[in-house]
Design a protein around this ligand. Structure first.
Ligand code: DAH
Length: 387
């Protein structure tokens, strides 16, 4: 940064700097030959200071320091050197001063033009390629997103496509068309978030409690064969704890055709589970109940943590499967013929299977995470472990 030379800040100057505030006599200048070196010194000081002037404000300070009418260097020369000088010296000082003034004025004008055109900025902002770079951290997909993609890839590879649906649903799609009539007891589990709608709204709206409504929406839109998976976010009135959250993630699956058997169903699930957890896991299914599947099953996988033995590595029972050797994975079943009635499929001609898996749960099992809440806290120390 330039330090402008001005009469007011003389105290910081070297002896050669403040000569212009003294008269020639007190500088010991009595002969005309002594004049040119004095001006040469000033000129070289000016030339040294010029390159430091890069912007408008330093330019103004610089101009005032040299050409300012009250106390600029040239005014000081006039007042202190020229005016009191003997006629002989006056001529020499006058000539040298005119030369210096011309030099100063032209250089100062040159600087102004350069600053105004931006050429100065460009010259000063030249890139220093030797400087170390700035490391900008690049984000990565959230673990939940990564697991979604893993699941999608596996089902892609066996001919499923991905569809997505609305998170705000009508009770018809969330319940009735899935064979869950208004007073069916399973609604208790799914008592959910209803939207505050203006009076007179045609239908109530709610946040979907599962991705299953997309079974209905998909079948309404297309004829069999259907092979889709539906990744998405779902909502329930659950209090947050290590395994519950009011928002979580599911992938729904639906396959409907004229010749789908229970074997296709279990084979598909087994293929998925082995692709997802590794070839050594075993699967089993147990009878269960869902209103929209018949028969319904619950799929289990051999415990990923103890290898299905039920025993912990350090002795005792495995804490994850509580010694059972099996872990409950997700619900599924053959599509209940009643559901086909809602989408105008001929229940006598088609059959198929459906499943609905919790993605958060799959991620927790695969990566040994024991608290669901870490998915929603966005603590970078957690997220960074899954680049
Ligand atoms: N929708 C069920 C739930 O959220 C999960 C489910 C079970 C989906 C069985 C299915 C199925 O498609 O066949 O609890």
């Amino acid at each position: 940064m330039l330090r402008p030379i001005s009469a007011k800040s003389n105290d910081s100057m070297s002896s050669s700097d403040n000569k212009t505030t003294n008269r020639l006599a007190s500088l010991g200048v009595t002969q005309t030959e002594q004049v040119p070196p004095l001006f040469a010194e000033l000129r070289s000081r000016f030339d040294r200071e010029t390159p430091a002037v890069h912007d408008e404000s330093s330019w103004k300070q610089f101009r005032d320091a040299w050409l300012g009418r009250k106390s600029g260097v040239l005014t000081q020369i006039t007042d202190n050197w020229l005016k009191p000088a003997t006629p002989e010296l006056k001529r020499a000082v006058g000539a040298a001063m005119n030369e210096l003034r011309a030099h100063v004025e032209s250089k100062i004008e040159e600087r102004r033009a350069a600053i105004e055109s931006g050429a100065e900025d460009a010259a000063h902002e030249r890139v220093d390629v030797s400087l170390p770079g700035v490391i900008r951290p690049i984000g990565s997909h959230h673990l939940i997103r990564q697991v979604f993609e893993d699941v999608e890839d596996i089902f892609f590879s066996i001919g499923f496509s991905v569809v997505e649906g609305p998170e705000i649903e009508t009770p018809y799609y969330n319940f009735e068309a899935l064979n869950i009539p208004e007073f069916h007891p399973v609604r208790d589990d799914m008592d959910t978030f209803y939207l505050d709608l203006p009076k007179g709204a045609a239908v109530p709206l709610l946040l979907r409690t599962h991705t299953s409504p997309m079974q209905i929406r998909t079948m309404e839109k297309q004829k069999p064969p259907v092979r889709v998976i539906v990744p998405g976010k779902v909502y329930r009135r659950d209090n947050p704890d290590a395994t519950h959250s009011f928002a979580f993630h599911q992938v729904e699956g639906l396959a409907v055709d004229t010749d789908i058997t229970f074997c296709d169903f279990t084979g598909t699930i087994e293929y998925f589970v082995k692709q997802f957890f590794g070839p050594s896991v075993k699967t089993r299914f147990r009878p269960s109940y869902f209103p929209f599947t018949e028969p319904s099953v619950e799929f289990d996988v051999s415990c990923i943590f103890c290898g299905g033995s039920g025993a912990a590595a350090g002795g005792g029972t495995c804490g994850k499967c509580k010694g059972a050797g099996w872990i409950e994975l997700f619900g599924a079943g053959m599509v209940d013929p009643a559901v086909y009635g809602f989408v105008k499929y001929d229940a006598k001609k088609v059959n198929g299977f459906a499943f609905g898996m919790g993605i958060d749960r799959l991620a927790m099992l695969k990566y040994g995470i024991d608290d669901l809440q870490v998915f929603f806290q966005n603590d970078a120390r957690f997220l960074r472990q899954f680049p």
